[in-house]
Design a protein around this ligand. Sequence first.
Ligand code: MN
Length: 241
Amino acid sequence: MTRRAPLIAITCGTNAQDAEATAAGRAQDRLNATYARAVAAAGGVPVILPNVGAAEAGLERVDGLLLSGGLDIAPELFGEETLNDTVEVDAPRDATELPLIRAAVERDVPVLAICRGIQSLNVALGGTLYQDIPAQIPSDIAHSQKEGRAVATHGIAVTPGSRLAEIVGEAMQVNSFHHQALRRIAEGLRVTATAPDGVIEAVEGTGPRFVLGLQFHPEEMTAVSEQARRLFAAFVEAARG
Ligand code: MN
């Protein structure tokens, strides 16, 4: 019996990649190439979901939802005022993504949430964020690393018995490109990995379906990390249903 390759919708940002487009006020829907390539390499069929507002109807036609990285969630969406000028938001994306996440969880669509994705997952389900790690969490770990995208710069400790531990084991070296982090965890999620300074690096759904949030970027590490490849393989497998 042949099995249909699962269709994976990937969210994207509206922040322009190039200065010329930004200066011209030209709106874009764009995504770093590594997400779709990692999905394809794991046997999924990637499609990029543009920021058109209500997108929940599309969930009936896809087998999995990948929430990609990007700019910050607007603080008012978790009941706070903006802390400082490090916070950079993407309003059209918030308007598309948050209702989409709630619908995906409600409909048991497998979700892999990366970087901004773990943050939007938590906020969509009622949690909160630290808006700026350097200002709010004393730490000697640089979560906004200067090293290359594939370079691991800090470790994470994974909760034994968790879905994440089943996939990658109880320790992993990860990259780090985030200035925000999860604070109060939404109902329906639980923390399953932390950095040595206590920053939350993974959450997962408490239910039986695949809902996995990662603060690091496995899509940037697939060439150098078997654990990163296993994360995409597990997600695509879950999307096969
Ligand atoms: Mn980190």
